[in-house]
Design a protein around this ligand. Structure first.
Ligand SMILES: NC(=O)CC[C@H](N)C(=O)O
Length: 244
């Protein structure tokens, strides 16, 4: 078995350890004997998105988002074709925002999104930002799983029809929000950096299974020893609950 990952805008969209998500996906495959191919795609570079099982894009500051959104929009048909072919897409923060209708940044500039989903994002007034650690109860196709991460965004996302999870601690899509992220079974957009996956082993495997499904159907992943991953999760959760 093999997993092909396309890492979009790897050189500009990478905040608070987002690249760690790629490292985790790679490692969890390798530990199971699954081969991994990771290709990057920067602005102006060509990539056949349909050829990938998993497409990843990290977060970025307003400046980076305004630099690349036109390049991304040119790829709209490709992104749609990749979705039609069964690719799974993981998006963090700024990447998540750019798959919605638009993002109006802290300077009032409207950054067009791909418009694949109905949500839209406006920067909060007075440069206010949602910053801090977050604990959510994610809904992974019906399975409730606690997920922990770190958020730092000015953008307030509204019109999310299918949230990723319910906020337990932190803000989520908007200040003091009830819900966090977007997840429709094939595209997962979340505000959680940290990076997201090292402390959330169950989520990492859920994403791997969804991505492998494109070419291999339902796969059973060999269990891994997640003692350290689970300890890291538990330590952060304890810290968050005490700080509350
Ligand atoms: N962390 C991020 O990716 C930030 C996204 C966006 N620039 C915002 O502030 O909302």
């Amino acid at each position: 078995m093999e997993l092909k990952i396309l890492w979009m805008y790897h050189d500009v969209m990478d905040l608070y350890g987002d690249k760690g998500n790629i490292a985790v996906l790679k490692k969890r495959c390798e530990r199971r004997g699954i081969a991994v191919q990771i290709d990057t795609c920067g602005m102006g570079e060509m990539a056949d998105m349909c050829a990938y099982d998993l497409i990843f894009m990290g977060g970025g500051a307003d400046k980076e988002q305004s630099l690349l959104y036109q390049d991304l929009i040119k790829r709209k048909e490709q992104v749609q074709a990749a979705l039609d072919s069964g690719s799974f897409i993981l998006l963090i923060c700024g990447g998540y925002q750019l798959f919605g209708k638009y993002y109006v940044d802290a300077f009032g500039n409207q950054i067009e999104g791909l418009g694949l989903f109905p949500y839209y994002t406006n920067a909060a007034a007075d440069n206010k930002r949602c910053i801090g650690n977050v604990l959510i109860e994610a809904n992974l196709d019906g399975e409730r799983v606690e997920v922990i991460g770190f958020e730092n965004h000015g953008g307030q996302s509204e019109g999310v029809t299918q949230p990723f999870g319910k906020v337990i601690i932190g803000h989520g899509n908007v200040f003091h929000g009830t819900y966090e992220g977007f997840y429709n079974g094939q595209v997962l957009g979340t505000y959680l950096h940290g990076p997201l996956l090292p402390k959330n082993a169950k989520l990492a495997d859920h994403i791997l299974k969804k991505a492998l499904k494109k070419r291999y159907g339902e796969v059973t992943l060999a269990p891994l020893d997640d003692t350290w991953e689970n300890k890291a999760f538990a330590a952060m959760k304890k810290r968050l609950i005490h700080a509350k």
